[in-house]
Design a protein around this ligand. Sequence first.
Ligand code: HEM
Length: 528
Amino acid sequence: MSVEKLTTAFSLLPATSILSLPVLISVAFLSVFTFLLYPGGLAWALSLLNNPGRRPNSAIPGPAGLPLVGLGYAFASETTHRILAKLAKSLNAMPLMAFSVGLTRFVIASQPELAKEMLNSSEFADRPIKESAYELLFNRAMGFAPFGDYWRNLRRISATYLFNPKRIECFRGFREEIGRKMVEEVKGMMGRNGNVEIKSVLHYGSLNNVMMSVFGKGYDFSRKGNDNEGEELEGLVKEGYALLGIFNWGDHFAPLKWLDLQGVRRRSKALVEKVNVFVGKIIEERRNVRSESVSEIIDANSKDFVDVLLDLEDGENKLADSDMIALLWEMIFRGTDTVAILLEWVLARMVVHPDIQAKAQAEIESIVGTNPVTDSDLPRLTYLQAIVKETLRVNPPGPLLSWARLAIHDTNLGPHFIPAGTTAMVNMWAITHDDKIWTKPNEFNPERFIEEDVSILGSDLRLAPFGAGRRVCPGKAMGLATVHLWLAQMLQNFKWIPSDEGGVDLTECLNLSMEMKNSLVCKVVPRV
Ligand code: HEM
């Protein structure tokens, strides 16, 4: 019996009749029981009460989950994407599955058709804002800003001045130099320790790269001497990353939010103070330099992003200092980890698949020879690009696309009614591991992308690691340019082999991005 029918039956009973008390209790019990078992769980059942006109036959299939908690346990796990994929399959809810986490309603698409409809629809162009993101000022940065004029302005500014192909091209020399420094660092590490723990090298290189494009500022790679600003920044990024990755029960249960049991608010406030000082100082320094050299005309393409934002101070798009800090901080934050995490997965795959590694090295040799690889070689390294695509398919940094969407109004997805305020997600991992879409999906096989050229930039939802639609990742071209170049440099310079302890542990751990649970530790043999 549906919730609606039970409620109607309940209201027709003469509530004051003592004789009907046992009947009343049974009906009440049944109502609560049915309510808790409603497809999608508590939050969906409650939404039915708010939308009494809605017929339950349009209910989206989904697990009721645990009482009150719903599927909260899945989000507290390290492999949420796998748990959700398994549930969707077992409930025949691959196109769309409903579930609840506390009082939050979710839908998740695990097939390309509804995923495309969701990501491309302006009805889903907002993002749910978690407490950590709010406290860390991200509601004023691009990633979490509500869909509207402010967000549109940030997107336009960064597309024009930070992510356009000319700007990316402009920083090629710097990317190449960081790649060379990382090669030296790997050599040094191997000499000192007899093995390489690549994650820290990639993280620092990536941070430096973003700092240069955003702040026009690099850090000493060797991290010696008094200049520990780079390390300080790295610490801030790590803490922010940890805070955004925490599954915060308070986001789904209002009373817990107030109690801040996990300390998310407390830690976020402490972090944001440090970020304000760090980024605020860089902005102030730049203002001073600019006021001293007013007559200097800076070429638009060699300006860094701080200059661009300061230029806006003379016009109607002027940003408040706090908004500037939020935007700049988000760029550092987003640009650093995704690139480092993806490259660590690719290199882990190279150690696990020596034949594929050798093929990529042969390609580099035949196209580049022994000259150092540069940006201009990359378009011809098609097998290397196929390796990156295959890694994004098998080990995507964002298996659930990292940042969910929010239904702005009441709307529909396929035949289903979605109430405003529902959190909408895509299980990209489920799509890229679906054997109806990919042959032998669990096999690491870059050749599949030589046989068929699949775009990964958001037009083909079989593989959209950067999302799609209005809120697609704006840094995708910059991210890919960096990953391709550094991978080519690493493969040209070294053969990557297992450490003496043995193989590579490919266990996943989903924080904000999906990382290797145990960082890659391997050995390298110089090739050139
Ligand atoms: C391998 C590298 C990267 C991956 C896999 C990646 C992935 C993603 C994904 C899945 C989204 C959500 C898209 C959606 O909702 O449809 C996103 C958003 C975003 N990414 Fe990236 N990203 C990468 C690199 C970068 C870089 C280098 C930057 C900047 C320097 C960046 C900045 C952003 C921003 C600002 C957003 C939010 C956009 C908005 O909401 O309007 N990303 N990214």
